[in-house]
Design a protein around this ligand. Structure first.
Ligand SMILES: CCCCCCCC/C=C\C/C=C/C(=O)SCCNC(=O)CCNC(=O)[C@H](O)C(C)(C)COP(=O)(O)OP(=O)(O)OC[C@H]1O[C@@H](n2cnc3c(N)ncnc32)[C@H](O)[C@@H]1OP(=O)(O)O
Length: 719
């Protein structure tokens, strides 16, 4: 919908009306076409202003329309008609002008933005390109390098940067629509010959071929297999080398490939999944819209190891007062220095002042007496955490929320150590906690809806994708990861090398393969977790029972490397070798290859050829199958929760949507059949057996992912 009014006697004012972001749905496009026509045919009207209602210009094409039978007037002719108009059209940009919204503004003859507005062409993040002329107009307006930067990254720019780049003509701190109307009155009747961007030649660029070659190489490298960034470069190249009409043809051609691609579907799914996880619900019926979060002004962090330091930084950067507690003096001093460094570097990057004075440090847990929320981040040991929770219960004011940053331990057990278990939740951050965008908010069986709502809201304020999950060993992320890691080790036993496994996973789109990741996080970390699970005993790694533990297949390879002091990056030896401790450049290590050969010989294992496909199927399908168990158990409320966790916390390539979306894309029947095949080949790996839910979904004809909830509900009602 678009409203039309005549203002100041001579200006036709068109207001886009489609809350919340005035997306260009079919009725909005129809409204624009009709109102522009009306303004142009009214002899009293000398100029036109286009704005959006509620202080928002336009959030772009309506993403919900993609993948449906689109009707209504198409964007390109609509924007052409505006550009071709014989009366000046001014875009009054408040709030946002994104995607098709900015393309609409680029079709106008002038653009005036409010100083707080943000502009951008984020189509690439949805697996698309700015195909309503944006890829052809923007380079003509601001030059090839700047346009390439904006279009291939999808980043938003401030009004100030937009003015500097030449995207907007004027920035105002006052009422943007009033400023635009005034401007429109002034330019009414002036020639528009120099105002139609499509008629501009693209600004000359020395050595265009070298520029595009360089950009293409960089884009391909960072895209990790995503096709949209590459298509964006190709479209801008068309703008730089072809006349406008031919450039538009190329834009259309490239868009046609992207529009129906699986990657675009995956990225658009991620967009909505990211928003859906905010609408959390618990199995007991508590939900986001009926649970009120408590205000949190002052927080405490207990334990200043790597995680505690990152959490302290994240809280302080969110504007909270933080009390950081560490009982060991030396550790406290080191932490203070490290936290200050992180805050200073972060502030420098963002061009703001560091917030060092928001944090006070103490060795004494009594210092947390008046905080609203505590995040415990001590060593991953139940006895130690229990002790801390008992102390906190004695020290904190009534009603303080007690959160644990455990990555796997039982939140209910910790809650049972306190007189108010309803105030206990898990807040599972991912390292480095001030950088990584994921937070698992773990509710226990007695966590109150208010406690969950508070942790979720705090996570959102910290800029994290926060996902509410149930309590079980490893929660969602680590529970699935365990099987992925195990399969990777089994593949080494069967004949693969770390390079082969990592190569397959990196080709799939992970930023690093499982063994490079293990070297980075430290083989000692994995060893300690397995020890905590009773899987590791000294000497056991090479004994008779080495490859069967707790009644099922086990690979002691990681333990053997640990016993050799190969902890990964920190010791410059792990699954790979590194030039020096901390170096990130992984080089193949012949020692590891001989070690694997000797290991196989010792255990009578015959190496066979393993290809990339098997690596992907074994590692990913095992993890996906566990995802179905998690849904069945009600630990995650829906597949979106699992997918957001994997995309934001585990480097799952966003253009593949997350593990559960990927399973849907591959086909549930195929995933099930492969799991059955691998389970038959490895009967000592029980988790390769397809889950009930997967079987049920396949039996119901593999319904699309957004309807799995109904099958899950039915399954629960039968239990
Ligand atoms: C064969 C070829 C066929 C060719 C067909 C051609 C058609 C296309 C032609 C041209 C290309 C143009 C493409 C585009 O424009 S793609 C869209 C580009 N725009 C964006 O990517 C913006 C996406 N939105 C955001 O980034 C943010 O939502 C925000 C910054 C606008 C606002 O952020 P915030 O205030 O944090 O609110 P939410 O993110 O929570 O959003 C609120 C609510 O609004 C929904 N929403 C947002 N943007 C859109 C949109 N563009 N379309 C539909 N819905 C949108 C969002 O989903 C939230 O709702 P909820 O999911 O129900 O919570």
């Amino acid at each position: 919908m678009a409203q039309y009014t005549r203002v100041s006697g001579f200006v036709g004012l068109i207001t886009l009306q489609n809350p919340p972001v005035n997306a260009l749905s079919a009725p909005v496009r129809q409204g624009i076409v009709d109102t522009v026509q009306r303004a142009l045919s009214d002899p009293e009207v000398k100029s036109v202003v286009i704005c959006g209602q509620n202080g928002i210009f336009c959030g772009g094409a309506d993403i919900k329309e993609f993948g449906t039978d689109m009707f209504g007037p198409p964007l390109i002719p609509m924007i052409h008609a505006i550009e071709a108009a014989n009366k000046p059209v001014v875009a009054a940009i408040e709030g946002i002008a994104l995607g098709g919204g900015l393309e609409l503004a680029l079709g106008c003859h002038y653009r005036i933005a409010h100083s707080k507005a943000r502009l951008g062409l984020p189509e690439v993040t949805l697996g698309l390109l700015p195909a309503a002329g944006g890829s052809q107009r923007l380079p003509r307006l601001i030059g090839v390098p700047a346009a390439l930067n904006l279009i291939t990254t999808g980043r938003h720019v401030t009004a100030a940067e937009a003015l500097q780049l030449g995207i907007v003509d004027q920035v105002t701190d006052h009422n943007t629509v009033d400023a635009a109307v005034k401007f429109a009155l002034r330019v009414g009747g002036q020639s528009l010959d120099a105002r139609r961007i499509s008629t501009y030649p693209c600004p000359q660029q020395p050595d265009l071929d070298a520029l595009f070659e360089d950009v293409m190489q960089k884009v391909r490298q960072s895209a990790r297999g995503a096709i949209a960034p590459v298509a964006c470069v190709q479209a801008v190249r068309a703008a730089a080398t072809l006349p406008y009409t031919q450039g538009m043809e190329r834009e259309k051609e490239l868009m046609a490939t992207l529009f129906t691609s699986g990657q675009a579907r995956a990225l658009q799914y991620c967009f909505f999944a990211q928003r859906a996880v905010g609408r959390w619900k618990m199995p007991n019926g508590a939900r986001w819209d009926t649970s009120k979060p408590r205000p949190v002004h002052k927080a405490a962090v207990i334990g200043l190891g790597t995680m505690g330091r990152g959490i302290t930084v994240a809280l302080a950067q969110t504007g909270l007062s933080v009390i950081a507690v560490e009982s060991q003096e030396k550790q406290l001093m080191e932490a203070k220095q490290a936290v200050s460094g992180m805050l200073e570097r972060g502030a420098k990057r963002r061009g703001v002042a560091p917030v060092l004075d928001r944090i006070s440090y103490s060795q004494d847990i009594q210092a947390v007496a008046d905080v609203d929320l505590v995040i415990e981040a001590v060593f991953e040991d139940m006895a130690l955490k229990t002790k801390v929770f008992r102390q906190l219960s004695a020290v904190c004011k009534p009603g303080t929320l007690l959160c644990t940053n455990t990555s796997a331990l039982d939140v209910d057990q910790l809650a049972s150590e306190t007189p108010n278990p309803e105030l206990v939740v898990g807040m599972h951050f991912f390292a480095p906690a001030h950088v990584m965008k994921l937070l698992e908010v773990v509710y226990g069986s007695r966590s109150s809806p208010e406690a969950v709502a508070t942790a979720m809201q705090l996570g959102k304020k910290m800029g994290k994708a926060s996902v509410a999950v149930g309590n079980c060993r490893g929660f969602v992320g680590n529970r699935m990861l365990k099987l992925y890691l195990e399969q990777a080790s089994f593949l080494l036993e069967e004949g693969a090398t770390p390079e082969l496994v990592d190569g397959a996973l990196e080709e799939f789109g992970f930023p690093m393969g499982v063994f490079r990741m293990s070297d980075l996080s430290g083989l000692d970390v994995g060893w300690r977790i397995r020890k905590g699970e009773g899987l590791v005993e000294p000497g056991m790694a090479s004994g008779q029972s080495a490859r069967i533990r707790q009644g099922r297949r086990y690979s002691p390879l990681g333990d053997l490397l640990y016993e050799q002091g190969r902890f990964g990056l920190k010791t410059s030896r792990g699954w790979y070798q590194y030039d020096k401790p901390g170096s990130r450049v992984a080089r193949s290590d012949p020692w590891v290859h001989s070690f694997l050969e000797e290991y196989r010989a010792r255990h009578g294992l015959v190496a066979r050829n393993i290809d990339h496909q098997e690596v992907l199927e074994r590692c990913l399908y095992a993890m996906i199958n566990e995802g179905f168990h998690i849904l069945e158990d009600g630990i995650a409320a829906g597949p979106e929760d699992i997918d957001v966790i994997y995309v934001f916390g585990f480097g799952w390539p966003r253009h593949r949507g997350g593990p559960m979306f990927y399973a849907d894309m591959v086909g549930l029947a195929k995933v099930m059949e492969k799991l059955e095949h691998y389970h038959q080949a490895h009967p000592d790996v029980p988790y390769l057996q397809p889950s009930n839910l997967l079987r049920k979904l396949v039996a119901s004809g593999s319904p699309p992912i957004h309807t799995w909830g109904e099958v899950i509900k039915k399954l629960h009602s039968q239990l």
